[in-house]
Design a protein. Sequence first.
Length: 157
Amino acid sequence: MSFQIRNILLPTDFSDISESAVQHVRVLAGVFDAQVHCIHVIDEAYQYWSSISPESMPVGPPPENLKDVVEARMDRFVTELLAGLKREPIRVVEMGRPFAEIIRYAREQQIDLIVLATHGRGAVAHVLLGSTTEKVVRKAPCAVLTVRSSDHEFVMP
C-alpha cells in the first residue's frame, strides 16, 4: 500500500501562528506534487449585537463586506507565503463555525492531509474558548498534522 497525498488543506486565521504551518505545507506539496487548498472561515458569531432589543444593531460590518475584505487578505497571504508552488493554491473563504467548515471542505474536496497550526493556549483558555484544532483533529476525515510556532517553548508538565 502506497501513501499518497494529492490534496493538502491549510486552514488559516492569518495570524503569525498560522503562518508557522506554511513551511510544512510547502515541503509536503513539493514532495508529493500535491494541490494546496487554503481556507479561512469567518466565524458566524463575528457580529456582536449592541443590545438585545427590537432596535438592536450589529456592531460588525455586513457579512458580504467582511467576506470581500477577507478574500483580499487571503490573496495577499497566498501571494506572499505560497508563491512558487508547482500548482496555484486554491483559495477558499467560508462563513460558519470554523471547525465544521474545515471538516466539511475536507470531506467534499477529498483532502488527504490537513496542516493546522495550534495556538497552544493554556487549559483555562482552552475550556473557555474551545479549540478549533482539537475539534478538527477529532472529527477530520483524513490525517491532520498540527504545527506549533517555532518560538513556542515546550515545558514538561
